[in-house]
Design a protein around this ligand. Structure first.
Ligand SMILES: CC(C)(COP(=O)(O)OP(=O)(O)OC[C@H]1O[C@@H](n2cnc3c(N)ncnc32)[C@H](O)[C@@H]1OP(=O)(O)O)[C@@H](O)C(=O)NCCC(=O)NCCS
Length: 393
């Protein structure tokens, strides 16, 4: 019999700036962040103890330095049982989503009943492309200057005719929506407070995302210098910023959750990966979503809520337009609490983080929606998408 996998709980740290002087978590290590979210899972769900976990999956884009075997080392450093196995998954930005998929599939195929799926990235201590040594032969297949992430966004903007103003409009709404969600307390249930430090050295409990700009303005954005070329579309304002954060989900066999009398709102239906040209990696979600819908027999109109990760303003807009979901931000059913442009994008964590936020949106804001999708692109052209269905308990 095929089992059902439900989300029993989903938490995250605040997303903070990955910056030596300005980052609120600059003095913490990535394993400290994971300890915070793992502990929160067990203090919030007393019917489950660490011994009950069949395995822990953890997505992280780059398992080097402080991230090396972080799933195992963070679990052990947190004081949790040695008998619980862990699995670190490195697949660029879709890593966290892959962690959730691994756990869901294990439950569905009776390999276990209770899993923690998580994600972490500390882009201060393990920066983007740290220890990166691409195969030299790749340059005969792809122009190397088109491989950096900002270059892929610039190429997408040109290919899909996306103007700098339209990309800035995406960023504007991302910040506005994230600020509103924060002010309305929408993130309160998912963010676990953790100790951090202000720029002036003052210690405080970090319970809000650091990158959200309350004063976001078109004037400021339009004055910023393009990163790569004159008249380019891509600036820091329309790029997801370097970020540190972690998240964790408690995933369970639905029968088991019922036995323990635990509540849930979403069950995992299907997850797919799709590959595309690495120099246009940002368009990957279009391929992944089409594949997902094809495999499940659903249509775009069946999906009530979307989380489409905002790696870059032009990139997410190209995906939205290609999928026929809309023309210009703000979009009714997409990233309704803002996206990575405002919330930040801790690479391998984000694929799980957008599911944390989706879970909370489906729980409180969009009770009429039956299906929801979370999707994101990844460096070098691996994209992922997951489909979730409302099942109340
Ligand atoms: C784009 C990028 C190179 C910019 O890096 P950076 O030069 O270090 O820039 P920062 O993010 O620190 O921003 C530079 C400045 O612009 C400011 N800024 C950013 N957005 C702004 C906005 N909308 N309005 C005004 N100022 C803004 C920042 O606050 C910062 O100034 P400060 O230090 O005084 O606060 C970097 O964010 C990046 O690499 N992003 C992409 C990451 C990536 O590839 N992720 C994977 C995608 S698949």
């Amino acid at each position: 019999m095929m089992h059902e996998c439900v989300i029993v709980d989903a938490v995250r740290t605040a997303n903070t700036r990955a910056h030596q002087e300005k980052g609120w978590f600059a003095k913490a290590r990535p394993d400290d962040l994971l300890t915070t979210v793992y502990k929160a899972i067990f203090t919030r769900n007393t019917a489950v103890s660490p011994e009950d976990i069949d395995a822990v999956f953890c997505g992280c884009a780059n398992l080097s330095g402080m991230h090396n075997d972080i799933a195992r080392l963070a679990w052990l450093a947190s004081g949790f049982p040695e008998t619980v196995a862990t699995n670190g998954i490195a697949q660029q930005c879709p890593s966290g989503m892959a962690a959730v998929e691994h756990a869901a599939r294990a439950i569905m195929s009776s390999e276990g009943d209770v899993f923690v799926a998580s994600g972490v990235e500390d882009m201060l201590h393990v920066p983007l492309a740290y220890d990166y040594e691409p195969p030299p032969r790749l340059m005969w297949r792809y122009p190397m200057h088109e491989m950096p992430m900002e270059a892929t966004a610039e190429k997408i903007a040109a290919h899909y005719n996306i103007s700098r103003e339209d990309a800035e409009n995406v960023a504007y709404w991302s910040h506005k929506r994230a600020a509103r969600a924060r002010d309305e307390g929408k993130f309160a249930d998912e963010i676990v407070p953790m100790k951090g430090f202000e720029e002036d050295g003052r210690e405080f409990m970090v319970e809000r995302d650091q990158w959200i700009r309350d004063d976001i303005s078109f004037e400021q954005m339009s004055a910023m210098k393009p990163l790569l070329r004159e008249n380019g579309v891509v600036t820091a304002a329309v790029s997801s910023p370097n970020t540190t954060g972690a998240c964790a989900l408690l995933l369970m066999n639905r029968q088991k959750a019922d036995e323990l009398n635990l509540g849930y709102h979403l069950k995992y239906v299907c997850g797919v990966m799709a590959g595309c040209d690495p120099t246009m990696m940002g368009i990957g979600p279009v391929h992944a979503v089409r594949k997902l819908l094809h495999r499940t027999g659903l249509n775009i109109g069946d999906i009530g809520v979307w989380e489409i990760n905002e790696a870059f303003g032009a990139q997410v807009l190209a995906c939205v337009r290609e999928l026929g979901l809309g023309e210009n931000a703000p979009f009714d059913n997409i990233n309704i609490r803002g996206g990575a442009l405002a919330l930040g994008h801790p690479l391998g964590e984000s694929g799980a983080r957008i599911i944390v936020t989706l879970n909370s949106i489906m729980k409180t804001d969009r009770k009429d929606a039956k299906y929801s999708v979370a999707t994101l692109c990844g460096a070098f052209g691996n994209a992922a998408a997951t489909l979730w269905e409302r099942v109340e308990k």
